[in-house]
Design a protein around this ligand. Structure first.
Ligand SMILES: [Zn+2]
Length: 224
């Protein structure tokens, strides 16, 4: 990735989750950070995680559509017109602004070409159970670590370095491919890997327990 694109991506950061995207002019420090992350994506893990953030703005978030535009300009029109689907996997937390409730929401997949799939999004975007949030909130109010709460709910949601992430990523890749082929990425059925999960439990159920397409979507694939 060239320096100009890295600078553009740094400018895609979101600092106010309650307003539509405002172009950010990155500082030299921010551009340098972007360059370092490009060379070693693990550095992203040193940034503030959602569960540790005092304010959500402390988490590094990027506008998904802006990133998509920035990367789109690096792909030659020839390549895009030759029926090649480009899929970008990233550990950046991507989000998109929702005009209905006037706020940004974390996203796991931005379907289109190029499609973007965020591994951090898999962990942070679909919600954990209400019980988990209540217990975590209680712990935080008492100034306690949430490790014990995470242990109590262990396995019920995806966490960083979770071994299930690669299997989950396959499902989101299928969604990006279906969108590219049919213009429709998602399925209402929980028994299908195209289910657009809003809850961690549904995501784990569709991708790990069921781990296949529903009959309708399997047929679309078979008929290709
Ligand atoms: Zn389906």
């Amino acid at each position: 990735m060239d320096e100009k694109t890295m600078e553009k991506i740094s400018g895609c950061r979101v600092f106010d989750t309650t307003s539509p995207f405002k172009k950010h002019v990155p500082s030299k420090l921010e551009i340098d950070f972007e360059k370092s992350v490009c060379e070693d994506t693990k550095l992203m893990e040193n940034t503030t995680r959602v569960e540790n953030a005092e304010r959500i703005e402390d988490v590094m978030m990027y506008d998904g559509f802006e990133i998509q535009n920035s990367i789109n300009t690096t792909i030659s029109q020839d390549c895009l017109s030759q029926n090649n689907l480009h899929v970008i996997f990233t550990n950046k937390l991507i989000c998109t602004y929702d005009n209905m409730d006037h706020r940004y929401h974390g996203r796991t997949v931005i379907c289109s070409n190029p499609a973007i799939i965020s591994t951090t999004g898999m962990i942070e975007a679909p919600a954990k159970s209400r019980e988990y949030y209540l217990e975590a909130m209680k712990c935080k109010m008492q100034g306690l670590d949430i490790k014990s709460v995470k242990k109590n709910h262990s396995g019920k949601f995806l966490d960083y370095h979770d071994q299930r992430l690669s299997k989950i990523a396959e499902g989101y890749l299928l969604q990006a491919i279906f969108y590219y082929i049919t213009g429709d990425a998602f399925c209402d059925s929980l028994d299908c890997r195209l289910n657009n999960a809003h809850w961690q439990k549904d995501l784990i159920y569709s991708q790990i327990k069921i781990s296949k397409l529903c009959k309708k979507h399997q047929k679309i694939l078979d008929d290709l």
